[in-house]
Write a protein that binds this ligand. Sequence first.
Ligand SMILES: C[S@@+](CC[C@H](N)C(=O)[O-])C[C@H]1O[C@@H](n2cnc3c(N)ncnc32)[C@H](O)[C@@H]1O
Length: 421
Amino acid sequence: MGNFLLEKNLEKSIVSYPSSLGDFDNITGAYIHIPFCKRRCFYCDFPISVLGDAAINQHFISVDKYVEFLCREIKFTKFSLNFPSNSLRTIFFGGGTPSLLEVQHLEDILIVIEENFGIASDAEISMEMDPNTFSRAKLEGFQGLGINRVSLGVQSFEDDLLKVCGRSHSVNDIFAAVEIINQVGISNWSLDLISGLPNQSLSQWRDSLSKAIDLKPNHISCYDLVLEPVTVFGKKYQPGDKPLPTDEMAAQMYRLAVEMLTDAGYNHYEISNYAQKGYECRHNRIYWENKPYYGFGMGATSYVDGRRFSRPRIRKDYYAWVEEMELSFDWVNFPKTDQYNQLLETLMLGLRLAEGVSLSKIRETMGNEILTKIYNCLESYSVQGWVEINLVDENIRLMDPDGFLFSNTILSSLFNALEDG
Ligand SMILES: C[S@@+](CC[C@H](N)C(=O)[O-])C[C@H]1O[C@@H](n2cnc3c(N)ncnc32)[C@H](O)[C@@H]1O
């Protein structure tokens, strides 16, 4: 998920300053965006191309063309690097619905990645998949090519709520998809749920959580519904207004997820993510640790050489961009994130993690004064038990669940405190 919602948060924090916090030529991860979907769900603001419910083989020409341009982008990106690149240790196929690809499409992409960047033998290669978009044979094909982590988009175990969201699958399709994942022997899989859906009751949320737990995924993501203005939901509903839950009910749903999933043995390692020991998502950690990563495909974002930028979100614009970049791509054409904004990013991303943020590196590069500002700003929240300040280890972290629940409040105070020169 990371790649897009993350960028939304980051856009809000930009202001200006010279020099740098990170080492940008140690890139170990790549996000690859596959934009095709059967339909657009009513809450979804991701860059996608809707193909309709017709079988994917009706759209081979469009998918083939997209894969061709994606591979061209991967090639010119490698060509443009002025530093030796490491083999990739994580690859994340996100969407859209990557599981709509045919096995041959995936093979073409992975061959170009291998030839240009190399794929480490222990790489985590994730694919977001939708129920009712893959067969056992297709998943076996994907697994044979190296896919070793599946992220299944479930959202809810209530058929009514799936309909309300405009999902293209049923609850039975979810169980059938999990059956295939188990039959093929994918030993590392995750499922996504959304809380705060229209007319969703606390008992429906409890039921979805317990059904998720019963299926024994290694990892569970629980996202609170974000009302994106351009979506069907965004045009129809107002935050906190019926039929959406109140903020208090949304907070109860968050607390219930924390309680039920940690009781079931999942470690709540990130604000929206829970994992069995050793099954944290290695790729998304790159985002939360504000480390560099490649991004390929329509609407994808990358963070290379301290430069963060997003590709066109419309397919034809993406094709035109690839053709233009093949002739003139140069990283220096993209703005470098200055030290101050890297600080804000590191705090905003790092405080999503249960372990929080180590401030020692920030002190080394930006001096003690910044740390004093951070500690002073967070003092009142630590008294409230929302934040833990560890002066010895120079570490700050949000407490679970209250710190996570009020993370926006805490972060905006922090940004204001750091903005005041
Ligand atoms: C890139 S989307 C996955 C797309 C995949 N085709 C699917 O629908 O399952 C990643 C996850 O983001 C979450 N998500 C998408 N839009 C959201 C929104 N507006 N609010 C909260 N979560 C959202 C969903 O849980 C989804 O599974």
